[in-house]
Ligand binder design. Structure first.
Ligand SMILES: Cc1cc2nc3c(=O)[nH]c(=O)nc-3n(C[C@H](O)[C@H](O)[C@H](O)COP(=O)(O)OP(=O)(O)OC[C@H]3O[C@@H](n4cnc5c(N)ncnc54)[C@H](O)[C@@H]3O)c2cc1C
Length: 458
């Protein structure tokens, strides 16, 4: 057994782990980064980037299919293998390659390959042959897709976000299990690329918007294009020249259909459960959870820090990027730790129409006196685009008019969401935002109108 004794160990070479590495390696040579599986990060290999590349191809196909509205007669054929080839080419050459180049430059004695787990406080084992003793340890081990046992009989046809980007041709049909961000983004993309797609939810909730009207609007708008069963349970699956799915809806009606493939996107589980954290001396709380302090990202009483999707909180790229650096700073200043300065929460679903949540959600504001500004997601610009589906809500503090949060469902909502994020970050009131110039006809007129709508209600 080879024993390595260092000041810092980072578990995981994803966005959070590499961020932590870049900070700590500037200060000391006494560190290792341990990586299980391929380098390249979840985001670049099987997350943000391939999904957005696929969605963009799908949107091109959709534009051709709907071009008649503009008086343009066009026909197009989706060549599935070419679409997937181009997605992989762009992903590998432009995004994964950049990560691999960075990892390549990391000195060999800083890198260990294999799966790490604790065997004692400050003591890890990697595979069968390496032991690492580290004074401070950062858990940046990410998360993995969860697949329920009910899909076991059709496992050879099951895809997850870890495998879907490797298929060489598009299936004829797919069942998408889940109605969260990954299910909706990929489900709509596959549908637009000509795959017969059916989406199955569980609780009736769809996407991440929390106001009941926004939930309703999301279901109505997406159901115009997609076949969606929002609430029920997959009771049984079996293989017979396809994957059969028996699904009982909450109204007790059963739907049974057969598919070429099943995309399971029902959620992700943190890889912390594989680290044997108990051996590090981390005690669980009364609910059996091994809890960390979300402000310092530290496990109280231990020189152990957590960052990125491993935390299960805000599992998005920019948060993983920030958290890797926060965990590194606090590990380097240990035992003195400082509370992290967090950004305004921002979450975007790259569906069409897009969904976005900025600042506080409606649900989080339940106990506060707020004014809700609300409008359909339509402005002269949206009419020109023929993209008028959706709705926007902004939440103002009743007393001051300060913008606290917003929920958006609409075409390219990402841009208005970023303007709102800037306003919330700088604690601006609706009145202050309304002082800025807004060009006609631009999508930003909708932002002006919804803020005026809220102001009128004060
Ligand atoms: C399909 C999909 C689409 C997404 N789209 C977006 C998007 O559009 N925008 C956005 O902001 N976010 C998006 N995300 C989320 C984003 O990709 C993640 O938030 C981010 O990649 C998390 O980075 P991380 O460093 O925490 O984890 P990762 O990049 O997963 O890194 C963790 C690494 O640790 C390794 N590891 C695990 N256990 C061990 C162990 N015991 N020992 C050693 N190594 C270990 C893993 O193999 C992995 O390589 C998407 C995710 C998915 C899956």
């Amino acid at each position: 057994m080879k024993i390595i004794d260092v000041e810092y160990a980072i578990i995981g070479a994803g966005t959070a782990g590499l961020g932590a590495y870049s900070k700590i390696s500037r200060k000391t040579d006494s560190l290792v980064m341990i990586q299980d599986g391929p380098y390249g990060t979840t985001c670049a290999r099987v997350g943000c980037m391939p999904s957005k590349l696929l969605i963009t191809a799908a949107d091109h196909a959709h534009d051709i299919e709907t071009s008649e509205f503009f008086g343009i007669e066009s026909t197009g054929t989706v060549n599935g293998s070419k679409v997937l080839e181009r997605m992989r080419r762009e992903r590998d050459h432009r995004f994964v390659a950049r990560n691999l180049q960075y990892v390549e430059k990391i000195p060999a004695h800083h890198k260990i390959e294999g799966r790490a787990r604790f065997i004692a406080p400050g003591h890890l084992v990697v595979g069968e042959e390496i032991e690492v003793k580290a004074k401070k340890i950062i858990l940046a081990c990410g998360s993995r897709p969860e697949v329920n046992d009910v899909f076991q009989p059709v496992m050879s046809r099951v895809l997850t976000s870890d495998t879907i980007f490797e298929i060489t041709d598009l299936p004829r049909s797919v069942a998408v299990i889940g109605l969260g961000v990954i299910a909706l983004e990929l489900g709509q993309a596959l549908h637009r690329l000509g795959v017969e797609t059916t989406l199955y939810g569980r609780s009736g909730r769809i996407g991440g918007l929390t106001h009941p009207d926004m939930q309703q609007e999301t279901l109505e708008v997406l159901s115009k294009e997609l076949e969606i069963y929002p609430s029920g349970t997959v009771e049984r699956t079996w293989e017979d020249e396809g994957a059969w799915i028996q699904y009982r809806q909450s109204n007790d009606e059963t739907v049974t259909k057969v598919f070429d493939r099943v995309l399971v996107a029902t959620g992700r589980v943190s890889n912390v459960d594989r680290l044997n954290l108990e051996a590090a001396g981390v005690e669980s709380d009364q609910h059996g959870n091994l809890s960390f302090d979300p402000d310092t990202l530290r496990y109280p009483g231990h020189p152990i820090f957590i960052a990125g999707d491993a935390t299960d909180v805000l599992p998005v790229w920019h948060e993983a990027f920030d958290e890797g650096r926060i965990a590194a700073d606090n590990a380097m200043n240990y035992p003195n730790t400082v509370d992290a300065k967090r950004r305004t929460p921002l979450m975007i679903y790259f569906t069409d129409p897009q969904m976005a949540i900025v600042g506080k959600t409606y649900q989080e504001l339940q106990n506060q006196e707020i004014i809700v500004g609300e409008l359909p997601f339509s402005s002269p610009r949206h009419i020109v685009w023929n993209k008028v589906d959706g709705r926007i809500q902004v939440y103002l503090e009743a007393q001051t008019g300060k913008i606290l949060g917003a929920e958006l469902l609409g075409y390219q909502a990402e841009h208005l969401a970023h303007i709102l994020a800037l306003a919330i970050t700088h604690q601006m009131t609706a009145e202050q935002v309304l002082e800025m110039p807004i060009y006609h006809p631009s999508a930003e007129e909708l932002l002006r109108d919804v803020l005026e709508n809220a102001q009128r209600k004060r």
